[in-house]
Design a protein around this ligand. Sequence first.
Ligand code: V47
Ligand code: SF4
Length: 367
Amino acid sequence: MPDCKRFQNLGLATIRDKVMAGERLSREDGEMLFACPDPLAVGKLAHHVRTRMHGDTAFYVANRHVNHTNVCVNGCTFCAYQRETEGQQGAFRLSIQDVLDKLDAAPSAPREIHVVGGCHPTLSLTYFESLLAALQARWPEAVLKCFTAVEIAHFAKLEGISTRETLARLKGVGLNMLPGGGAEIFAPEIREQICPRKSDAEEWLRIHGEAHDLGIKTNCTMLFGHIESIAHRLDHLDQLRQLQDRTGGFVCFIPLPFLTENSKLHVPQPLTGLDELRTIAVSRLMLDNIPHIKAYWVMLTVKQAQTALFWGADDFDGTVVEEKIGHEAGATSQQGLTRSELNAMLRGCGLSPLERDSFFNPVAPRD
Ligand code: V47
Ligand code: SF4
């Protein structure tokens, strides 16, 4: 239980009382939490909420990430992963067989298959329908968590149909869930500078709402620590919270700290480890209707992700096996972790590891 006097001395007694009573925090409360001179007090409050929701459980999933192409028409200025054309050095495009072979090479069958890629200028919706059908046939028990809302918008545009119809067609061949990427920061004045060509906030949120209507659960993200302000972060969290009030379809929020290598985007003041932790803590406190907060070890590093589990996060993502988006941008984490490594890392923090599926149902360990 966070100590009352400490919060009174910091001028945060009202926020503490609201959190203890399970009441919603306002954007102004969020501003105060970001400005609080005692970040440990903010972390403590977030840890209290995380423990109230999930006890000492630290979730993880046995998953695989696959990127089918890095060729992308969008040219986001922060993105170190994308290439403009197939002829450019480092560009790649996998065939369906390549994707199946990559997954077959993993040590054990995945419970979740996470597929995202660039918005390729010619790959058609039919290609992605065939990809999903092939994945479903080969791994019928895995959850197919594929394609960001930005990719859905791109497939729909190439096909000349609505995003709702695109989602329905993909669901028909096995799509179970959308990952949370592409949200970045919703404010138009920031999107103009970091991702001017891709879906705006309205489109990203509309597509997630459509997915939720169709019974497709989704995750959501925020890319922070570039040129956005604290007010932009809070606006972003508030817009996610509003959609969740309407649909209830978000499963997990993933705060993504911006990694600066190989990027055209100049960042005046790179993030500190403490900024990362405070942002994760404030996210837990603001997003009172989103059940899970992910400490994505790939972008955070394993040690910072372990610490984040005491600053509001409850999930560690998973085995991953191969990751490109963060590593192109300077991520220093390894490519993948085994289940036993994850178990040992989470136990080592004094938490109880729990293997889950994509919807956070507990699953019996296979090994
Ligand atoms: O959309 C791109 C971000 C996202 C950089 O839903 C960067 O379970 C930091 O969304 N530094 C893709 N971030 C990753 C993603 C994700 C990851 C894990 C789990 C889930 C999930 C979703 O990565 C992109 C973009 O926001 N990104 N470049 C960078 N330099
Ligand atoms: Fe393309 Fe996604 Fe990179 Fe933007 S972030 S350039 S949409 S791959």
